[in-house]
Design a protein around this ligand. Sequence first.
Ligand code: SF4
Length: 218
Amino acid sequence: MTKKQRYEGVIRYFLEHNPNAQTELIYHTPFELLVAVILSAQCTDKRVNMVAPDLLRAFPTPTKMSETTEEEIYEYIKSVSYPNNKARHLLAASQRIVNEYGGEVPSDYDAMLSLPGVGRKTANVMVSVLWNEPRMAVDTHVFRVSNRIGLTNNSKTPYETEMELTRNIPEEYIPQAHHWLILHGRYVCIARNPKCKDCGITEFCKYYASKMKDSDGK
Ligand code: SF4
């Protein structure tokens, strides 16, 4: 199977079976999404969705959050991973949004990337989810699943994965493909013991093909 056929097969499958894939993080404004994405690093979306509402009720805007302290933010988020760092980043990002961007989360990619606590993955999630820009955010699921299926060629870094997926997935599907791969990695192609018997893309999966070949040879 050529790489092109693999990509086409996988995209066709997800378009048919999950045409409305979207983030599981709950948000209503760009600021709420920013807060949720910063909180979600190394943490489950489920936990973030439990913690974020109270934090955002107390500090609903960048202005409100910029006027508080790390310690106060920490009290709301202490059950997520790395709460100290995240409290520091949320405060500093809010202050920068207020001081540099008039209190509105910037829509420009480089401006987004300049915010404290916002790396490439977070910036890509923000612009693709909010503004449908063709940027692929690579988290641990996207990284693992892409290598397993063979969409990437034993990629060594998230950046390599991002570049290869972006080169091969048509632009109009990139924002959605991010969610397809995350959800597939979260519920089917899990880290240990992927659930291949429940998977709809076995015929396009490199890992599955090699597993079948090994079991034939036994
Ligand atoms: S066949 Fe197995 S390894 Fe391949 S994508 Fe599906 S669950 Fe993952």
